[in-house]
Design a binder for this molecule. Structure first.
Ligand SMILES: NC(=O)c1ccc[n+]([C@@H]2O[C@H](COP(=O)([O-])OP(=O)(O)OC[C@H]3O[C@@H](n4cnc5c(N)ncnc54)[C@H](OP(=O)(O)O)[C@@H]3O)[C@@H](O)[C@H]2O)c1
Length: 308
């Protein structure tokens, strides 16, 4: 099969399309003919080698952590999914990638919502997993107000909509050019950066109950002050979390509590309550450009690769 691989750490020029051996579905897994796969910041963090002290990769490495496509192999013990089903889901974590390819193995998946294109579904699973873990860790419940720092990106847009569906009020930070976009998602927009507390005060006179730092731009001290308690704040992007008494959430190998969010999110999508805003869609051969656009740090929603 064809796949994108890299053989060493480096810039996006190390990505190349080549012939590789096909993967096969192991017990509890399915294999899909990939139609689309998401690009996440972790793809280029790993590729650049900047995370090698905490998350190295085995070379050659196929990037891509989530995907959508058509099931063409069903592993031992899998029930309820058959060859020909359209699904979206996550590749096995231990491999740290593998979806930017003709075929990929998934270890968690759900039926593709009718209302989503393959592009939308291909970029959804990772962010649904993250959003579910975040909202559960914060005990986010109906009636609460959630502040998301970094609401306009891939994680922010999905977390905000799932939180809205759970009955929360969501306030999200973004640059001013993204305020109308957030408003359309049912999110109250506010500009990030110094002075956030002053701008937030008229929007949330009672304060905020829980906070997600999805930006990792050094704002944890201010976010903790806004929440009034570090236990009401989680970050997925600031490695300095400990210093602020804040929980840093990361995906771990093995069954993720976020997997339960996949069928729930598909159901929300089928009821018109969850969209996957796409910043840009690139063909597989332009994956280097897709990594560079992600690294620019201003994606409005998700960046996705289509697989021919
Ligand atoms: N630990 C985990 O389990 C986990 C899982 C997924 C992702 N992550 C991490 O979480 C972070 C977000 O992921 P993502 O996929 O959402 O990234 P993304 O889609 O690339 O996020 C881009 C967004 O960041 C916003 N942004 C840029 N500078 C900002 C600032 N100073 N303050 C607030 N927002 C700012 C941009 O808004 P503007 O264009 O309006 O500036 C843009 O919409 C990344 O660091 C990623 O590695 C961690």
């Amino acid at each position: 099969m064809f796949a994108v691989r890299y053989h060493r750490y480096g810039g996006s020029e190390v990505l190349c399309v080549e012939e590789v051996e096909e993967p096969h579905a192991g017990p509890g897994q399915v294999r899909i003919a990939v139609r689309a796969t998401g690009v996440t910041p972790a793809d280029w963090y790993l590729r650049s080698g900047m995370l090698r002290s905490i998350a190295s990769v085995d070379f050659p490495h196929i990037p891509g952590m989530d995907a959508a496509g058509i099931v063409d192999e069903v592993g031992e013990g899998v029930t309820g999914t058959t060859v020909g089903d359209a699904v979206f889901g996550l590749v096995p974590f231990a491999d740290q990638g593998g979806a930017a390819a003709q075929y990929a193995v998934l270890e968690a998946w759900a039926p593709k919502p009718q209302s989503w294109s393959f592009e939308e579904a291909g970029g959804a699973a990772g962010n649904i997993d993250t959003a579910t873990r975040v909202l559960d860790a914060l005990d986010a419940a109906e009636g609460m107000t959630l502040l998301i720092d970094g609401a306009a990106g891939g994680v922010g847009t999905i977390t905000a909509q799932i939180a809205r569906a759970r009955g929360l009020t969501v306030i999200g930070t973004a640059s001013e050019g993204n305020h109308a976009f957030l408003d359309q998602l049912g999110v109250i927009p506010v500009t990030y950066g110094p002075g956030l507390a002053d701008r937030l005060a008229p929007l949330a006179p009672q304060g905020v109950d829980v906070v997600l730092d999805a930006a990792g731009k050094g704002s944890l001290a201010e976010l903790v002050a806004l929440a009034g308690d570090p236990h009401r704040v989680v970050t997925i992007a600031d490695f300095d979390a400990d210093r602020h008494g804040v929980r840093y959430l990361r995906s771990e190998a093995g069954q993720s509590p976020g997997w339960a969010g996949l069928p729930l999110a598909a159901d929300l999508a089928d009821h018109g309550r969850l969209t996957v805003p796409l910043h840009a869609v690139f063909p597989l051969k332009e994956i280097a450009t897709a990594h560079d656009v992600s690294a620019n740090g201003h994606a409005r929603g998700k960046i996705v690769i289509t697989v021919p």
